[in-house]
Design a protein around this ligand. Structure first.
Ligand code: MEV
Length: 323
């Protein structure tokens, strides 16, 4: 075999963002919009990358320079993933990697993590390394930390395992939840957010108030436990209430923005059980849950508040080889 295509799902954080960076749990679901990577071996000892969705075209360098020099932003995760594999399992031939995505990298669906996972899985297959899911998670999470220095790894985990996960920082716990459906309404704010900037912002704005920050994270952790039960029981009304409580804490952390607040308020006015931002905040998406008969009204009100409604299904498959 000298060519393989794999895909991995995007994600939506359900509960526990920010707290999960600091040893608390979160809940995350895989969405059915996927990232794809085709990896082929080359006759030359070159590393080549085509990633049109992040404006990387015709990128190439000698294999021996993998991970060295100035790496364009859009190439970083793929290249460092390949480097991390090559350090453990020296490459005997060059590589050509082509990535493509069904979703915009602006949504905050975790395109960087999903492409990292795709590359690690594809190389595991191509080089016959037979890495299991935990090994794919560990190598991919290392790649994310090498680049960002921060992050809980929840997005990497859900790209590998898929489904809906209960997750604790760094993969200390990665527990698939056996749930059948999760009727989410998703609204994109049109504002691109940067996770590391927001994680740092929270830390800085609570300097001298660290006790309150710890309290908030503990309260969010309690909500995650309750939300896990509500999810399993498919109690959408309870889940909505918990979303509202989680959103209050995210506002206190200072990561919500007016646009997200307006979209959240609009969905509640239209009858949603609950709504919250999803992810780091500062932009990206919000999620809402409502009774089936109100879904349309909630979606319309999100649009009226200036949001873009994104149709997704949750609980999607984890990383897999494409036919
Ligand atoms: C970002 O989508 C979620 C954060 O909790 C960061 C992380 O968990 O890596 C803010």
């Amino acid at each position: 075999m000298n060519k393989i295509t794999v895909s991995a799902p995007g994600k939506l954080m359900l509960f526990g963002e920010h707290a999960v960076v600091y040893n608390r749990p979160c809940l995350v679901t895989a969405v059915d919009q996927r990232m794809r990577a085709t990896v082929e071996t080359l006759g030359t000892l070159e590393f080549q990358l085509e990633a049109g969705e992040v404006k990387v075209t015709g990128y190439k360098k000698p294999l021996s320079d993998l991970g060295k020099g100035d790496i364009p932003k859009g190439a970083k995760f793929v290249e460092i993933a390949a480097k991390n594999i090559a350090e453990k399992h020296p490459l005997k031939s060059g590589l050509r990697i082509t990535t493509s995505s069904e979703f915009s990298s602006e949504f905050g669906f975790g395109s960087s993590s999903a492409s990292t996972v795709c590359v690690v899985k594809a190389l595991s297959e191509l080089l016959d390394l037979q890495l299991n899911n935990k090994e794919i998670f560990d190598l991919s999470y290392k790649t994310v930390l090498d680049i960002q220095g921060k992050g809980s790894g929840f997005d990497v985990a859900v790209a590998v395992y898929g489904g809906t996960l209960y997750f604790i920082t760094g993969g200390k716990v990665i527990e698939p939840l056996n749930i059948k459906s999760l009727p989410l309404i998703v609204g994109y704010s049109g504002v691109k957010a940067d996770t590391v900037t927001l994680v740092n912002k929270v830390k800085e704005s609570f300097v001298n108030r660290e006790n309150r920050l710890e309290e908030i994270y503990d309260e969010i952790a309690k909500l995650v436990e309750k939300a896990r039960d509500a999810l399993i029981e498919m109690d959408w009304e309870k889940l909505g209430e918990l979303m509202n409580e989680n959103q209050n804490y995210l506002s206190e952390l200072g990561v919500s923005i007016d646009k997200l607040d307006n979209m959240i308020k609009a969905s509640l006015t239209a009858g949603a059980y609950g709504a919250k931002l999803s992810g780091a905040g500062g932009g990206d998406c919000m999620i809402a849950v409502s009774s089936r008969d109100k879904n349309q009204a909630v979606a319309d009100s999100i649009r009226q508040a200036g949001g873009e409604v994104i149709n997704i299904n949750t609980n999607a498959d984890g990383v897999k080889i494409e036919k």
